[in-house]
Design a protein around this ligand. Structure first.
Ligand SMILES: *Cc1c(COP(=O)(O)O)cnc(C)c1O
Length: 427
């Protein structure tokens, strides 16, 4: 266990990983909704959020929904119906079909594939941006040439290898669903994330770079698709004087109250990105000389939104650490540390860090799903890992990496204390 020193006093107020930051206009738009009784899933705030998001990201249409997960569900349903035709009631549109998915991500990226009956095939991660590895993706098409859908996420606000993945998708005639939940405002070759998928999604969850407390948007350039999502997300009513239903509906529309908060937040996106970039740079500077690196982002092509600052410990500086399904143990060694110790150290001064997203292929719920690495089938080669003939990049980053407190309200002196307590773990 990390032995706390008395040289650093715990923060009186908890320092969060990434917490909401309100500015004022949010309350005005909420108040306007209240005073005009537009306390519903229709109203001016929703219209404005949709207009502003589509404009900012550079897409023709945005549809406001209750959360990013709902937006991703609509993406999967659209993709499934386009690829495999309209499904029978009680059957998902991706039923029985394999879908290539980012592996090291939040489960909300991939669960919607399963809502629609699809079978996620997990594609390993690369070290350059911590996103889907195009080499592993190409390998996956060798194993499953019939696959027609790829689901990618831009982790921690860093765009993935978009050119490479789009080229592979094109070659194999596959569609892309893009999960830009964490990367709102990040660009790749000066284009916004959220503009690269056939269907894309963003999130306004409470810990995202701007928030409505909840909410999300579906993004597309197709009016027909936008209209379908508007219809499905409001219980799939047909055009009739009564409630007429020909399709399965969902109650996924955004609230006009929540949209008021998002509308008030939107003008502050660039400011939040600038603050988060500064935090990242300050960590990078502060960790100089230590055997750790910050999360990488392919600086020649990508401008991340720096949603979360993460670090990864050099292999040689890792002490022994084991994790099972619910606990973690480590053996302290001089000059070495591990994410478990650093997270304990951060927690000991009343601050919040977090492990890296545990790869999906290692989650009990997805233990039967295929997993493809750059060297081939990640499931079949357990011995190959031991022999060093195979890699599992996601598990490597998970075991050596962690997310640092990245709150945009963190003051430099507080951040210095985080840097100091992390440094102490190496003694
Ligand atoms: C937050 C998040 C989501 C889900 O968004 P919600 O609005 O919370 O439903 C999806 N994918 C990733 C990668 C996320 O971080």
């Amino acid at each position: 266990m990390f032995v706390k020193t008395d040289s650093i006093k715990p923060f009186e107020k908890k320092l969060w990983l990434s917490s909401p930051t309100m500015h004022g206009p949010e309350l005005e738009y909420v108040k306007e909704a209240y005073e005009t009784n537009w306390m519903s899933t229709v109203g001016k705030n929703i219209d404005e959020v949709e207009r502003l998001c589509a404009q900012y990201i550079g897409r023709k249409y945005a549809v406001g929904l209750s959360c990013g997960t709902a937006a991703l569900h609509m993406c999967m349903k659209l993709a499934g119906e386009r690829l495999y035709g309209q499904s029978q009631i009680g059957h998902g549109s991706l039923e029985g079909h394999r879908v290539f998915c980012s592996d090291m991500t939040f489960d909300a990226t991939v669960n919607p594939v399963v809502y629609e009956g699809g079978i996620p095939v997990y594609i390993d991660t690369e070290y350059d941006t911590w996103n889907m590895d195009p080499v592993a993706l190409e390998k996956a098409f060798e194993v499953y040439p019939e696959v027609k859908l790829i689901v990618i996420a831009h982790l921690y606000g860093t765009p993935g290898k978009i050119d490479e993945i789009r080229a592979i998708a094109k070659k194999h005639n596959a569609l892309i669903v893009e999960d830009a939940a964490e990367s709102f405002g990040a660009t790749y070759k000066n284009k916004q994330t959220g503009s690269f998928g056939d269907y894309s999604a963003i999130s306004f969850n409470g810990n995202k770079i701007i928030t409505g407390s909840a909410g999300g948007c579906f993004l597309t350039d197709s009016l027909e698709d936008a209209n379908k999502v508007r219809k499905w997300s409001t219980q799939a009513r047909e055009n009739a004087p009564w409630y007429q239903h020909e399709e399965l509906g969902f109650n996924y529309r955004m609230s006009n109250v929540i949209a008021g908060v998002i509308r008030g937040q939107l003008p502050y996106l660039d400011e939040h990105i600038a603050q988060k970039r500064e935090i990242y740079q300050r960590y990078k500077e502060g960790f100089k000389g230590l055997p750790i690196k910050m999360n990488p982002f392919g600086a020649d092509k990508a401008n991340p939104n720096f949603w979360l600052s993460c670090l990864i410990i050099d292999k040689e500086a890792m002490c022994k650490q084991v994790r099972d399904d619910s606990t973690a143990l480590y053996t302290k060694e001089k000059g070495k540390t591990c994410p478990t110790e650093i997270l304990e150290a951060i927690a000991s001064i009343n601050a919040e860090g977090r492990p890296i997203w545990k790869p999906m292929h290692s989650q009990p719920i997805y233990r039967m799903n295929p997993f493809i690495t750059s060297t081939g089938n990640g499931r079949a080669k357990t011995n190959a890992y031991i022999a060093g003939e195979a890699t599992d990049v996601g598990m490597d980053i998970f075991s050596r990496g962690l997310c640092l407190p990245s709150d945009n309200k963190m003051t430099p002196d507080k951040q210095d204390m985080i840097i100091e307590i992390v440094s102490m773990c190496f003694f």
